[in-house]
Design a protein around this ligand. Structure first.
Ligand code: ADP
Ligand code: MG
Length: 508
């Protein structure tokens, strides 16, 4: 199914006689413009209310004594003027139980009229009493066409005749770079680029976008720069991902492939989950947005439900894209037994996310990682939510060799100068990040001594370190047991040691 644009969605609700429609957007002017279009196409009138001006009519008249929210709602019920009533920033008044009650009356009364109330606000705040009576629409960020028009406008206004965007292909790239911004943000970014470089410069636009997205609080925009080559082992996972490199292309659709939904990677800390998430973005050449799950649920950055909606919308507006939810369990620690403590917020936010994941038709690939499955709600792990769940175990001996080589190489020490096989042998139970730590810490020791690292420096550092897996034995065996039945292994090889043998005995 093709995704409906916001205008169509609003139009359908208006025609289907939904009396209360909540439109979430920080782009007041774009929304009002859209509603003005709908009303003129459907030969309806439209009115705009705000606490400062009262009710402004489409004929330019104004009813100032309707500034009081309750009076406005009364007018809405009684007025003979049919049409679309936009209520700007109505959310603060939804704290008042009389206003809430009145809105319920409005809902009932307006069903049999040709009047609709559209609550327009950048914040989603619906009291539970009217939750079921309000239809909610996330108003889309500007699409390619909208951005194209903004670019044309700004280039014309500065009279830049030689602009790169005369070239259609480059204009497309500029549009790509600006996707995910509001109309005003895009306009500002274009203006800044013109002032700074005399043209629409893609790196300038991208770096501005990065900052704007970060400022919004919970999302971080990553330019693709991690490479699959920097990941040791995990052959099965890499293979699975490589096969899906072109999964969002037109060719893949024509071939009859379904659009991939996402992947969940679970495993103990330090084994390359986050590293892999970042590498997918460069492997597939798609932008990556990281959602800070912990932050979403802290009250510091506003309502968590709204943050999740915003993140989804931003990811969709730059689609095809990757939405990375790192350490997913952090968001759900409030559910389960302590579900009462946060008033069910986590559960509701989770519901929003799950519904989206289930129904999504947009080209957003979700990459989720988790260190702890016991904190994840079982609904999330059910088949069909993700395309695949991968279990990333501690690296096997062969993988440890590879990881040593990668990290030695990264620090300009040729791995051939070391016996990585022995190092791998001596580090059973060490994670990738601990192997990296061995290399770095050895470099410090050598630097302090005034010499370079050698085999024995590395071996000694390894022996003096206690890997996390030693203190986490119980957790590791629980997660392994769980994964055996429900997840796919990220690695084809096995650790040829005692622990594997006992596992084989248990299985028969
Ligand atoms: N398989 C691996 N290959 C190479 N380096 C690794 C590997 N696993 C972990 N590392 C190193 O450890 C660091 C931390 O790993 P990370 O991916 O953040 O672990 P987590 O699984 O906890 O998300 C990485 O940035 C990388 O330097
Ligand atoms: Mg991680």
């Amino acid at each position: 199914m093709q995704e409906l644009d916001s205008k169509k969605k609003i139009e359908i609700l208006v025609r289907a006689r939904y009396p209360l429609i909540y439109v979430i957007s920080s782009e007041e002017q774009r929304v009002i413009e859209t509603i003005r279009h709908i009303s003129s196409e459907r030969q309806k009138r439209y009115f705009v209310w705000s606490i400062t001006k009262g009710l402004e009519c489409d004929d330019g008249s104004c009813i100032a004594d309707l500034r009081e929210p309750l009076k406005m709602l009364e007018y809405l019920i009684e007025s003979k003027n049919n049409g679309l009533y936009i209520l700007k920033d109505f959310h603060p008044y939804l704290n008042d139980h009389v206003v809430i009650r009145k809105l319920r009356d409005v809902n009932k009364e307006l069903k049999t009229t040709m009047k609709n109330a559209l609550l327009l606000s950048p914040i989603l705040k619906i009291p539970p009493e009217i939750d079921k009576e309000i239809a909610v629409i996330d108003f889309r960020l500007p699409g390619r066409e909208d951005l194209g028009a903004i670019i044309d406008g700004i280039v014309k206004s500065v009279g830049n005749k030689k602009s790169i965007i005369q070239d259609g292909k480059l204009k497309d790239k500029v549009i790509d770079a600006a996707l995910g911004l509001t109309a005003e943000e895009a306009e500002n970014v274009f203006a800044k680029s013109l002032v700074q470089t005399g043209d629409l410069d893609i790196p300038v636009i991208l770096s501005e976008k990065e900052q704007i997205i970060r400022k919004s609080g919970v999302l971080e925009y990553y330019a693709a720069n991690e490479d699959m080559k920097e990941i040791g082992g995990l052959d099965m996972l890499k293979d699975w991902l490589k096969k899906r490199s072109k999964a969002f292309s037109k060719e893949a659709r024509e071939f009859g492939l379904p659009q991939p939904k996402g992947v969940l990677m679970i495993g103990i800390p330090g084994c390359g989950k986050s590293l892999t998430a970042k590498a997918i973005s460069s492997l597939w050449q798609l932008p990556l947005l990281r959602l800070d799950v912990g932050k979403v649920f802290s009250s510091l950055v506003g309502s968590s439900e709204e943050n999740v909606r915003k993140a989804i919308m931003t990811a969709e507006s730059i689609a095809p894209s990757i939405l990375w939810l790192d350490e997913l369990e952090k968001g759900f620690s409030g559910m389960g037994s302590s579900g009462m403590t946060d008033g069910g917020t986590s559960a509701r936010v989770f519901g929003t996310f799950l519904t989206w994941l289930q129904e999504k038709t947009s080209a957003v690939f979700v990459v989720a990682t988790s260190n702890n499955i016991s904190q994840l709600p079982p609904e999330l792990l059910r088949k069909g939510r993700f395309d695949e769940i991968f279990y990333i175990d501690l690296p096997t001996k062969d993988e440890r060799e590879e990881i040593f080589s990668i990290h030695l190489n990264k620090r300009k020490r040729p791995p051939e100068n070391f016996d990585v096989s022995i190092l791998a042998e001596n580090t059973r139970g060490y994670s990738g990040s601990e192997i990296e730590e061995i290399v770095i810490s050895s470099l410090y020791d050598a630097f302090d001594r005034g010499s370079d690292i050698d085999q024995s420096t590395l071996e000694n550092t390894a022996t003096s370190m206690i890997p996390l897996s030693q203190t986490m034995q119980e957790e590791i065996s629980t997660i392994r047991e769980w994964a055996k039945l429900r997840a796919r292994r990220a690695t084809s090889g096995t650790e040829d040691d005692g622990s594997e043998k006992t596992r084989k005995i248990e299985m028969t």
